[in-house]
Design a protein around this ligand. Structure first.
Ligand code: COA
Length: 223
């Protein structure tokens, strides 16, 4: 799974595409007017959240349009009953996931259920041990002290990506989900309530995009 940092280049033929985009790049509202559904959701949300929401939707519709060879103006995004974004305008199956932190917007697209998360790396952040599974706590305690904060972010990003891929988010208790790394961090497994989850793929990386160092993770389920 490669990470694209713009919506300008053609996409390689892959099952799953991940984008790490700049929110500022989507500032120009006139370039892609909101759909009626987006306008209604923006109007129903707090004023300080509107602009960010509409900018994220512009990026999401452009990314979906790029993958499907469709005009972003024809892409319709709704939400399911749990709040997960769903493409309602495509004939072929396409799953989408989105995460935003400050300037960064991560988007993942796949033909299988997908989840994505992004967390900026902040020097002062300490691990939130309480959201970790006991096995993850043991693993993290065994890591070098100076690497723990970033390794915590990797665990958390994968966990949140998984929670989005199953469409429930934090309705599930995060400490019941265990992320395991094998072969360094090359192979990842997820256990949910003690059962190994069948994953199509899982990916986590440290990157710097649009001037922000960040950890990005993506999880694709086997349907
Ligand atoms: C999904 C969730 C974990 C995202 O958390 P977050 O750290 O605040 O925000 P992120 O930037 O990482 O992700 C936000 C995106 O998650 C997506 N999302 C929301 N609910 C989702 C769900 N049930 N499944 C998958 N994705 C979901 C949306 O695309 C949202 O972006 P959008 O509003 O622009 O469409 C969280 O919103 C959640 O758990 N929602 C469902 C349950 C809920 O609403 N609980 C109340 C708070 S505990």
């Amino acid at each position: 799974m490669a990470l694209a940092t713009s919506l300008d280049a053609p996409l390689p033929a892959e099952r799953t595409h991940i984008f790490l985009l700049s929110l500022r790049a989507a500032a120009d509202q006139a370039s892609l007017p909101p759909t009626d559904m987006e306008r209604a959701e923006a109007e129903a949300s707090a004023p300080h959240l509107r602009e960010g929401f509409l900018a994220r939707r512009r990026l999401l519709r452009r990314a979906v349009g790029l993958r499907l060879g469709a005009s972003p103006g024809d892409v319709l995004i709704a939400r399911d009953a749990q709040g997960a974004p769903r493409v309602t305008s495509a004939r072929e199956p396409i799953f989408v996931s989105l995460a935003a932190r400050g300037e960064l917007v991560a988007i993942a697209l796949s033909d299988r259920p997908v989840g994505v998360d992004v967390e900026p790396i902040e020097a002062t952040a300490a691990p939130a041990w309480n959201i970790l599974h006991p096995g993850e706590r043991d693993w993290l305690r065994a890591q070098r002290a100076e690497e723990q904060a970033e390794k915590f972010l990797a665990l958390w990003c994968i966990k949140e990506a998984y929670l989005k891929a199953i469409g429930l988010g934090l309705r599930r208790e995060p400490a019941k989900i265990a992320v395991n790394f094998f072969d360094g961090a090359d192979r990842i497994s997820v256990e949910d309530a003690g059962r190994v989850v069948a994953l199509d793929s899982a990916f986590v990386t440290r990157t710097e995009a649009h001037g922000v160092p960040a950890v990005v993770a993506c999880v694709v389920l086997v349907r």
